[in-house]
Design a protein around this ligand. Structure first.
Ligand code: AMP
Ligand code: MG
Length: 480
């Protein structure tokens, strides 16, 4: 079989044809065969000898049109035109069983014309983190790029210390970022901007292309999808950490994993990124930053849309985010009808866990055990403010009684939206430490756990525990 190379062949002057640079002793460590099958990619490609020869032989399906995509981005609020894939190559596109098109993209492929003075590599540590996070988010129902396979090497690269380089092939509907449109707009390359829009409409926003105003429909779609994604981050306690516009996908999926974290003890002001000194990308700032980023993207739509039209499209963001967030939280609490009193219960529940600094995920999972016909001391005892917890519980039980859904049905439904296992940074770190010594068993096991986050299994008990103090609220380095 052959891959398509639509982006590289139709938009060849929007980036640079570049071959992956060989690494010392490449080793295929992990393949996501479920994803591979869904993408209808041959199993024979994903063996140690075939994949390494395909990646480093410049005539294979992977490399004959491998392509570095140029983009720019607003980084921490400032425009930077000098970005672009300095370490990733688009290998090609494939179509799945449902006719949906997907990019295969090699991260850590070696220098490209956009690498500036860097090595074009990704370190093992960050590659493992991206692999775990994208699979964890996907299985929680949060839109994200996916991980297809992981290749390690004995190639040494320098970050804060010497580390081993690795590569992964990731999969996403496309790798077109907000920063792509922004770059061609801000550099005045209107012809390229036009072709990027036409390409995106034709291949990725076909239903919008058929509307009376395709650009308006496309912006509106991106606004809605971004709002939905961020509502899910907030509902599941996910802090992305580097919401620069070059890390925002036009598909509204979680993209470019860096120093991300799932919440431990609930602190809405938490900042997972060690380099984010002003807390721009703090957990509670994410909804506002999402709109800021959409506004930055919208500048690139100004050749096609009036300011009124742009305001109208952006105006849909807040409502979409709030309604999705409230839908998710209601389901996490097992309350199925929207009402002011349900909204009040949700807000007071979040206040309770943040004031008492309780573990975000364990608190929600504990809620699944509440029985509206009995006292629930385990929930009350979970809190420091027991009286406040009891008052909240009384009102919650009353709401459950009025709703009149059989207890077991509700509890089972709640167990399907309140994960038992989440990607704790300290667990990721333990898996990384072992992998850096050559033992990938912990990484592989953690990956299995994260692929079934809702089903409680005794053999995975360790992964459901709250982190020890040393493992809480780890700030992660941005270097990767
Ligand atoms: P990222 O941290 O992957 O989002 O990268 C931000 C920008 O810096 C992108 O344009 C990357 O291509 C580039 N970049 C990051 N690390 C490297 C590296 N080791 N070599 C080349 N370019 C890099
Ligand atoms: Mg990035």
């Amino acid at each position: 079989m052959n891959l398509d190379h639509l982006y590289a062949t139709q938009l060849g002057d929007l980036g640079a044809y570049t071959q992956p640079l060989e690494v010392a002793n490449p080793e295929l460590i992990e393949v996501n065969h479920t994803l591979r099958e869904a993408l209808q990619l041959p199993a024979s490609w994903f063996t140690q000898s075939t994949i390494t020869s395909m990646l480093f032989d410049n005539t294979s399906s992977f490399t004959k049109h491998s392509f570095a995509q140029k983009y720019g981005g607003h980084q921490f609020g400032g425009w930077n035109p000098d970005l672009g894939d300095g370490r990733g190559l688009l290998l090609g596109e494939t179509v799945d069983k449902n006719g949906q098109r997907w990019d295969l993209h090699l991260k850590g492929a070696g220098p490209t014309p956009y690498s500036r003075f860097a090595d074009g590599r990704a370190v093992l540590r960050s590659t493992l983190r991206e692999y775990l996070a994208s699979e964890a988010l996907h299985h929680l129902g949060i839109p994200t790029s996916r991980a297809l396979c992981l290749i390690t090497s004995d190639e040494l690269v320098y970050r804060e210390k010497q580390e081993r380089a690795a590569m992964m092939i990731r999969v996403s509907q496309s790798h077109i970022r907000f920063g792509h449109f922004e770059y061609f707009y801000h550099s005045g390359q209107t012809d390229k901007l036009e072709r990027l829009f036409n390409y995106s409409l034709e291949h990725h926003f076909l239903s919008c292309a058929k509307q009376q105003n395709p650009h308006f429909a496309m912006l509106e779609r991106i606004v809605q999808d971004t709002a939905t994604m961020i509502a899910k981050w907030q509902a599941f306690g996910f802090n992305h950490g580097v919401m620069n516009t070059d890390n925002m996908s036009m598909h509204g999926i979680t993209f470019d994993f860096g120093p991300y974290a799932f919440m431990d003890d609930f602190d809405p002001t938490f900042v997972c990124n060690h380099s984010d000194h002003h807390g721009r990308y703090a957990f509670e700032q994410q909804p506002g930053i999402g709109l800021w980023n959409l506004n930055a993207l919208a500048h690139a739509f100004t050749p096609y849309l009036s300011i009124e039209q742009i305001k109208e499209a952006l105006g849909k963001y807040e409502e979409q985010l709030l309604s999705e967030f409230s839908y998710l939280l209601r389901h996490r609490l097992g309350l199925y009808a929207a009402s002011p009193s349900t909204a009040d219960l949700i807000n007071r529940w979040l206040d309770l866990i943040s004031q008492d600094k309780r573990d975000y995920h364990i608190s929600f999972r504990l809620l699944c055990e509440v029985n509206e016909h009995q006292a629930n001391p385990q929930l009350v005892n979970h809190f420091i403010q027991r009286e406040a917890a009891q008052r909240w519980l009384n009102q919650y039980q009353q709401a459950l009684l009025e709703q009149n859904v059989p207890v077991e049905d509700r509890q089972n439904k709640m167990r399907g939206v309140n994960p038992q296992y989440v990607l704790r940074n300290y667990q990721a770190q333990l898996a990384i430490d072992a992998a850096e010594e050559g033992d990938f068993s912990r990484f592989k096991m953690f990956l299995q756990v994260l692929k079934q986050p809702f089903a409680s299994k005794p053999e995975y008990a360790d992964f459901a525990k709250a982190p020890p103090d040393w493992g809480k609220h780890m700030e992660i380095s941005c270097s990767s």
